[in-house]
Design a binder for this molecule. Structure first.
Ligand code: MTE
Ligand code: LUZ
Ligand code: MOS
Length: 749
């Protein structure tokens, strides 16, 4: 089944926030933000700006009737700065005018005097100055000290992975409209409608029921709208509360790039110990997370770094620590993989360095340490239904890894200007919010009296096609034609108290709720149909828009049963709640069973480096991916492709750059390079692994949104191998992204 939005997308008919028909008295918002990264506000003069014709009001923290506080996990972030500024781009005021152009003109006329303070821009600097978001976290397994004492090889090193801009096609935005009695309806481009509702209520000082949040769909989120869609919606709502007029606020690309956080840059150190037979017996790592100026989701992201610090390997002795370092950058936030990729880059770097020093191929160490059934993760969960070795071996066999390696060797022996490199990248990713209480969802299913169906869930459609999957669950369970099912917008009045659409778990959590609701409706309708046909309810079965008795088609249709149910006064609406069973985690011990299951896979990447220029191409990426039993292979393959390219972008070309003063230099698409059609590997092959599937996954179809991003890490090491093939003096460095500039330096160092 195709994505149900594809027709309206292609015709340009799909609605996003900026497409909404606005009320004629709509006003437009624009943020006035900090022009330095750290400082004390001495004086602000709004008078000139306020005097422009068409400027209605400029809002500051003084206009907040509730709390000036938007922090989610930790209350450490004001909506608008009060006296101190903590990052370049921090919102200070909100200009509301009759047009965007007027608001822009006004913004230029605001005069601000700031006493500058020194800015911290790197995690290392923050650590040196004891500037942290919260206390460090550590995971322990076994005894690393003892294990290192018995190792044949001990290798230490350091790594850096840079941030990443989400670059959702649709920038952040919202439209807030006053309703009666002080109620406000906000249409927001958010992954977290409940967060928007809750934080808006807090800042406005009103109960949550006064705020309705509606989400049609997002033009991409990638984690960037899990927490950071909220401030804009709250600002618009504050203005609505005062002015009683609708306010629309869609950020332009420059403002969005400057004011929003990104993937966290990490500076990390590692120590890895191996025995002669290439078994990794000990691993220690310290991760310095550049959290930015406020917590946002950083503590949860830091936690996931620890969960994925050993990737697909079983290491019996592990000690990992993460420090969320407070700097003067915009608060960094969720981004596909959520700290997992940053952790996995470090263990892969450690293995690469060990391989280089020991003088073996990296793959030999990787393969010797792949996770097996019943191995223990450092957080105490026992690995089951493990497919690490299976995906590795299937990839090696099906894609002829040995042949690829030989061809690369031959090519390199015959060529000097061009060198090829190959890498193998296994992934293991845990599915569930690591914060156990968040693993729940609800669905509201209405069967209308003509037999058509409306489904509401807490899931937000952001291009990942979750609505299509929800529709599949509903029509299959109800036994009706897909055209009878409609997915409603995501709305807090229909489905409340939702977790954000995140952690790749949306289809699992909301899908299980849809399944439950539909099953309850079917059992009720079975009684109705049984009465109509003088049969037993247990003999009734709904299929192809008809009623079957003992699998024999009866003359009664779906519509007939619905009509009878109306006459019998049987409820045609069901609301279901699903909470993931089994999972738990004890933060005091840092042990438990946090994940419903894991997703596995292995990618083989080949690249060609031009050793004259340092430029490179990714020749091919061949992947064996564990989809479980995919409920929609077209959509799931699309997710793997998109995530792979996003991962390659992070590892090779996307270079976020701030200057020493904390000003974003890569502040436009002319200075920030994302993968385009020309940087896509010439060959991408994705094959599903044959497995039994997992019962905790919706219809045994495993979560797919985030895990494949980490295949992109393979590109880094493939390029590194090509550099090694050209320059025998090259000392491997682990400093992503591996841009052509860095490749060139490596080729000639
Ligand atoms: N795919 C598209 N097209 N657009 C997106 O914004 N976000 C990713 C992934 N795939 C995203 C996407 C992220 S970060 C997550 S967590 C998952 O989708 C969320 O959706 P799911 O839980 O339904 O997989
Ligand atoms: N968001 C979150 C996430 O709040 N908790 C998580 O565990 C998570 N994991 C991945 C992506 N987003
Ligand atoms: Mo995805 S980082 O969980 O939004």
């Amino acid at each position: 089944m195709k994505n149900i939005d594809s027709y309206s997308h292609v015709r340009g008919e799909s609605l996003f926030v900026d497409d909404l028909i606005t009320r004629q008295d709509t006003l437009y918002g624009l943020v006035f933000d900090a022009p330095v990264a750290h400082g004390i506000i001495k004086h602000i003069d709004y008078s000139e700006a306020e005097n422009i014709e068409g400027v209605i009001k400029i809002f500051t923290y003084k206009d907040i009737l509730g709390e000036n506080q938007i922090g989610g996990i930790i209350p450490d972030e004001p909506l608008w700065a009060e006296n101190e500024i903590h990052f370049w781009g921090q919102p200070i005021a909100f200009i509301v005018a009759t047009s965007e152009a007027i608001a822009k003109k006004a913004r230029k006329l605001i005069r601000i005097e700031i006493e500058k303070l020194p800015a911290i821009t790197t995690a290392k600097e923050a650590k040196a100055k004891n500037s942290f978001i919260n206390a460090p976290r550590s995971f322990h397994l076994g005894d690393t000290d003892n294990a290192f004492a018995h190792c044949d090889f001990i290798i230490e090193g350091e790594t850096f992975s840079n941030g990443q801009e989400h670059l959702y096609l649709e920038t952040q935005g919202c439209y807030a409209v006053p309703m009666e009695n002080g109620n406000i309806k906000i249409t927001s481009s958010t992954q977290g409608p409940t967060s928007v509702q809750k934080i808006t209520a807090r800042v406005l000082g009103v109960p949550m029921h006064k705020i309705e949040v509606d989400v049609i769909r997002l033009g991409g989120g990638f984690g960037g709208k899990e927490d950071q869609a909220t401030p804009w919606a709250v600002m618009a709502a504050v203005a609505v509360q005062h002015l009683k007029k609708p306010v629309k606020f869609v950020l332009n690309r420059h403002d969005d790039l400057r004011m929003t956080g990104k993937r966290h840059p990490y500076e990390s150190t590692f120590k890895i110990g191996l025995t002669k037979d290439l078994k990794i017996t000990a691993f220690e790592a310290e991760f310095l997370q550049n959290s930015g100026a406020a917590a946002d989701l950083s503590p949860a992201i830091a936690e996931r770094t620890l969960f994925h610090a050993t990737n697909s390997y079983y290491i019996p002795n592990v000690k990992t620590t993460v420090l969320s370092c407070k700097t003067n950058l915009p608060p960094n936030t969720a981004f596909r993989g959520f700290g997992g990729p940053q952790g996995m880059f470090v263990i892969e770097s450690a293995i690469a360095k060990a391989a280089h020093i020991i003088g073996v191929e990296k793959e030999r160490i990787q393969e010797a340490n792949l996770l097996d059934e019943n191995d223990t993760f450092s957080y105490g969960q026992i690995a089951t239904q493990v497919e690490a070795k299976n995906t590795w071996r299937t990839a090696a066999l099906n894609f002829k890894l040995e042949k690829i390696e030989n061809e690369v060797r031959d090519f390199n022996a015959q060529n000097t200007q061009f060198k090829k490199g190959v890498s193998v990248m296994p992934i293991t990713f845990g599915i569930s919010f690591t914060n156990t209480p968040m693993n729940n969802a609800r669905a509201l299913v209405h069967i209308y009296q003509d037999g058509s169906v409306g489904v509401s869930t807490g899931a937000v459609e952001m291009g990942q096609s979750v609505n299509t999957k929800m529709l599949q669950v509903a029509y299959k369970t109800l036994g009706i034609h897909p055209s009878k099912v409609k997915l409603e917008t995501t709305n807090t009045t229909r489905v409340a108290n939702t977790s954000p659409t995140a952690a790749s778990s949306t289809a699992d959590l909301n899908g299980k709720a849809v399944l439950k609701a539909c099953e309850t409706l079917i059992s009720r309708l079975s009684e109705v149909a049984a009465n109509m046909l003088n049969a037993k309810a247990s003999e009734v079965n709904f299929k192809n828009d008809a009623v079957f008795i003992n699998n024999k088609k009866s003359p009664i249709t779906w519509e007939d049963v619905i009509a009878q149910a109306m006459l019998d006064r049987v409820a045609l609406t069901e609301n279901a709640h699903y909470a993931t069973p089994v999972i738990h985690f004890d933060k005091t011990k840092e042990k438990g069973h946090p994940f419903a299951y894991h997703v596995y896979g292995t990618a083989i990447t080949t690249t060609t480096v031009n050793c004259l220029t340092g430029t490179y191409e990714i020749d091919s990426v061949k992947i064996i991916h564990d989809f479980g039993k995919s409920m929609n292979l077209g959509i799931d393959t699309g997710q793997v492709e998109g995530a792979l390219i996003q991962g390659i972008g992070w590892m090779t070309m996307e270079e976020i750059s701030y200057n020493k003063e904390g000003k974003l230099l890569s502040n436009a698409l002319s200075t920030y390079k994302v993968p385009d059609i020309f940087s896509v590997p010439k060959t991408v092959e994705i094959a599903p692994l044959e497995t039994k599937g997992n019962d905790m996954a919706i219809l045994k179809s495993k979560a797919v949104g985030e895990p494949p991003l980490m295949y992109g890490i393979g590109a880094y090491f493939a390029i590194q191998n090509a550099v090694k093939a050209f320059n025998p003096n090259y000392e491997p460095k682990f400093h992503a992204p591996f841009t052509p500039e860095k490749v060139l330096m490596g080729l000639y160092e």
